[in-house]
Design a protein around this ligand. Structure first.
Ligand code: T3D
Length: 262
């Protein structure tokens, strides 16, 4: 299916989804939401072993395209609740539920919902020149797309409040120091480092990673007791998987395992 606002490819277990409106820092329009949703339909029908989410050009994503509809003084107010309910919230639910790691390569500024979407991914890498901006504060909105949920969990209450209330740009290096993202990487090393991570994850025991992702996310709202039961159930299922058998066999034979994600 040809897309106009995103690039979407799949090969060797790696799916790549690139937000592709560089002239608007990849801000989301209704059309882009529809295309991302179509890509997610394909990924849910046949999950890859890893998904890369990134942006074209100098930015990752500037959130909602503020020019995509008329928000004129004196005009009819736009129902932002509907926009969130129909488009942003489903996107976050779908990314976090995908049964594979979602790597977010933040190649430049991530602002508004663009920052929130990045934070909903499982492994977030950013170039040193990237920055995260809670720009909602500047236009009278609240962190949406899961931002008000991920921010305090990732960086703690005080830093989340500072970021969300002030909207000052957070440099990628500080974001990594604060635990908001996994790694900050020098710009000229970014592409090869991202590729190396994708290759590594595409050769990993995918079912185990999917269960790990599910468990870690569930832990944020679970009790220890519930979590212990969930770990037991996951271990029981994974103990019957081909990848577990291969991992143990390779260890015993002192060779490199060949995981097929089964
Ligand atoms: O439906 C709903 O509204 C509900 C959901 C809302 C979720 C949200 O995301 S609300 C938050 C929306 N986003 C913003 O408020 C961010 C606005 N953008 C900025 O603050 C800055 O552009 C950045 C901090 C992201 C980057 O700054 P800078 O100086 O690197 O770039 P720039 O020059 O401001 O932007 C480059 C171009 O992209 C520019 O166009 P031009 O002048 O070259 O023709 C700029 O207007 C355009 N652009 C950037 N962000 C947006 C945008 N155009 C439309 N919408 C944007 N969000």
């Amino acid at each position: 299916m040809p897309f106009e606002t995103i690039l979407f490819t799949q090969a060797d277990g790696i799916a790549r989804l690139t937000l592709n409106r560089p002239e608007r820092l990849n801000a989301f329009t209704v059309a882009m939401h529809a295309e991302v949703a179509a890509a997610l339909d394909a990924l849910e029908a046949a999950p890859p072993r890893v998904l890369l989410l990134t942006g074209a050009g100098r930015g990752f994503c500037a959130g909602q395209d503020l020019a995509d509809r008329a928000v004129a003084p004196g005009g009819e107010p736009v129902d932002l609740g509907q926009s969130v309910e129909l488009r942003y919230a489903p996107l976050i639910r779908r990314l976090t539920a995908l049964p594979c790691p979602v790597v977010c390569a933040v190649n430049g500024v991530a602002a508004g919902a663009g920052a929130s979407i990045a934070l909903a991914c499982d492994l977030i890498l950013a170039t040193r020149s990237a920055k995260f901006v809670q720009s909602f504060a500047g236009i009278g909105l609240v962190p949406d797309s899961g931002g008000s949920w991920h921010l305090p969990r990732l960086v703690g209450h005080a830093r989340a409040m500072g970021l969300a209330l002030l909207g000052d740009p957070l440099p990628a290096e500080t974001a990594a120091q604060w635990g908001l993202i996994w790694r900050c990487i020098e710009d000229d090393q970014f592409a090869p480092e991202v590729e190396a991570l994708l290759t590594r994850l595409a050769a990993a025991p995918t079912r185990g990673l999917a269960e790990t992702k599910r468990l870690l996310r569930a832990s944020w709202t679970a009790t220890l007791d519930t979590q212990l039961d969930a770990e037991r159930d996951a271990m029981r299922a994974l103990g019957r998987s081909a990848d577990y058998a291969e991992g143990v066999a390779a260890f015993m034979a002192k060779r490199k395992p060949v995981f097929r994600g089964e």
